[in-house]
Write a protein that binds this ligand. Structure first.
Ligand SMILES: NC(=O)c1ccc[n+]([C@@H]2O[C@H](COP(=O)([O-])OP(=O)(O)OC[C@H]3O[C@@H](n4cnc5c(N)ncnc54)[C@H](O)[C@@H]3O)[C@@H](O)[C@H]2O)c1
Length: 358
C-alpha cells in the first residue's frame, strides 16, 4: 500500500512472475486511465503481458455473460494454465477477473491492482470473487486468494468524487467494526481525506486492509466473524432495493450503519455517544445520516426489502452489530436477529429530520 507501489509490482513480476503470460483485465474506463499504461510499463520491464481484455464499466457488467465473453477471449488468445490474471480496476473488475482466474484451467493466479477506494480498502483483499445472477447480488462465485494485492493510492487521483465517497463509507465501516484507533484517526483526518492527501489515503487504506486481513484470516470462508464486515449492509441493501438503486452504495451503507448502530444500542450496549460520533464522522465526510427528503419510498418498502434480503435466513433478519466503535462482540456469531418492530423503529429514526439531515 502506498505511492510508488506499481514500481515494486513491476520489479516483482519481472523477477518472479506468478504466470506467463500475464493477462490484464479491466473495465473500459480504467483500461485507458491505468491498465494500458501499467501493461506498457510491465512490458518495458520485460514481463510478458497480453493486450488488456476489457468490458463495459459498471455493476451491470458483473454477470455470467461477461465472464463467458472474457473466457472466449482467453480461448482465442490461446491462454493456458501457465498464465496469470492481472485485475486492474474497482471492485467489479476484481470480483469478475478473480472469478475468471479461479475457474480458468481449474484456477490460475490473480494479481489485484485495485484502482477505486472500495477496491483498495476492502474488495481486493480476502479472496471473494463473484458475479450477480438475474439481479441476485454475488450469487455465483468462489473463494480464490490473490497472489498479491498492490494498492497504489496515486491511482485514486482520477476517481470521481461519488466513487470516492462510496469508498469512504467502507473505510468508516471497517474502522467501526475493527479498529477504534483508526476511527479516532479518521475523526481527525477528515480534511486531509477530503482533500485526497495521498499520505492520509495510504494510512486509511493500509489500516483497513490490516483489519480485513485479521478478520479474514480467522474466518476465510465467511462462516462466522467475517460477517462483521457486513455492518450497515443489511439495511444498506434494503435502501438500495427500495430506492430502485438510485441511492449509491456508499450513501446506503452510511445510512445502514446509522440504523444498525441504533439497533446495536439496544442489543449489544453500543454507547449512544458512539452513535453520535459515527453520525458526526459520516456527515463530516459528506455522507448522509438521514434518509433523503422527497424520496418516493417509505419505511414500509424498506422493511419489505429488508425481509427479502439474502441475510434474512428462514424469514428472520440478522444484522452484524458492534459492541462499541472498533469492537465486535466476542465469539463466532457477531450477528443479532432483528424483529420488525426494532427495525422499523431504527428506520423511523433515520426518516426523522435530525440535526444532520442532508
Ligand atoms: N470481493 C469483496 O470482498 C468485495 C467487497 C466489497 C465490494 N465488492 C464489490 O465491489 C463492487 C463495487 O466496487 P467499486 O465501487 O470499485 O465499483 P466499480 O469497479 O464499478 O468502480 C466504480 C466506478 O469507478 C471507476 N473507476 C475505478 N477506479 C477508477 C480510477 N482510479 N479512476 C477513474 N475511475 C475509476 C470504474 O470504472 C467504475 O465506473 C461491487 O460489485 C461489490 O459487490 C466486493
Amino acid at each position: 500500500v502506498g505511492r510508488g507501489v506499481l514500481e515494486r509490482l513491476a520489479r516483482e513480476l519481472a523477477a518472479e512472475p506468478p504466470g506467463r503470460p500475464l493477462v490484464p483485465i479491466s473495465d473500459d474506463r480504467v483500461a485507458v486511465l491505468h491498465a494500458e499504461p501499467l501493461a506498457r510499463r510491465l512490458r518495458h520491464g520485460g514481463v510478458e503481458v497480453l493486450p488488456v481484455l476489457r468490458f463495459p464499466a459498471g455493476e451491470a457488467s458483473k454477470i455470467r455473460e461477461t465472464k463467458a465473453r472474457l473466457e472466449d477471449q482467453l480461448l482465442r488468445l490461446g491462454v493456458g494454465r501457465d498464465a496469470a490474471i492481472l485485475a486492474v480496476g474497482g471492485g467489479v473488475t476484481g470480483d469478475l477477473a478473480g472469478f475468471v482466474a479461479s475457474t480458468w484451467c481449474r484456477g490460475i493466479p490473480v494479481v489485484h491492482v485495485p484502482t477505486s477506494l472500495v477496491a483498495m480498502a476492502d474488495a481486493a483483499l480476502g479472496g471473494k470473487t463473484a458475479v450477480n445472477a438475474r439481479g441476485a447480488k454475488n450469487r455465483v462465485g468462489t473463494f480464490h486468494q490473490p497472489w498479491g494485492v498492490y494498492a497504489d493510492v496515486s491511482l485514486l487521483a482520477t476517481l470521481p468524487d461519488a466513487e470516492y465517497a462510496n469508498g469512504m463509507a467502507e473505510v468508516v465501516k471497517t474502522a467501526a467494526v475493527g479498529d477504534a484507533s483508526l476511527f479516532r484517526w479518521l475523526e481527525g483526518a477528515v480534511e486531509r481525506l477530503l482533500a485526497r492527501a495521498p499520505a492520509a489515503q495510504a494510512h486509511a487504506v493500509e489500516a483497513c486492509l490490516r483489519v480485513k486481513a485479521r478478520i479474514v484470516r480467522r474466518d476465510e470462508r465467511d462462516c462466522g466473524r467475517r460477517a462483521a464486515l457486513n455492518f450497515g449492509h443489511t439495511v444498506a441493501h434494503a435502501i438500495e432495493a427500495a430506492s430502485a438503486y438510485r441511492e449509491p452504495h456508499g450513501r446506503a451503507v452510511a445510512l445502514g450503519m446509522c440504523a444498525e448502530a441504533r439497533l446495536a444500542c439496544r442489543r449489544t450496549g453500543f454507547p449512544a455517544s458512539h452513535l453520535r460520533r459515527l453520525e458526526t464522522l459520516l456527515a463530516a465526510l459528506g455522507l448522509p445520516t438521514r434518509l433523503p427528503a422527497g424520496r418516493r419510498w417509505g419505511t414500509r418498502s424498506l422493511l419489505a426489502a429488508a425481509r427479502s434480503d439474502k441475510k434474512a435466513r428462514a424469514g428472520r433478519l440478522r444484522c452484524a452489530l458492534p459492541r462499541r466503535l472498533g469492537r465486535m462482540p466476542a465469539g463466532d456469531d457477531v450477528t443479532c436477529e432483528i424483529d420488525d418492530a426494532a427495525l422499523s423503529a431504527a428506520l423511523g429514526a433515520l426518516a426523522a429530520r435530525g440535526p444532520r439531515s442532508d
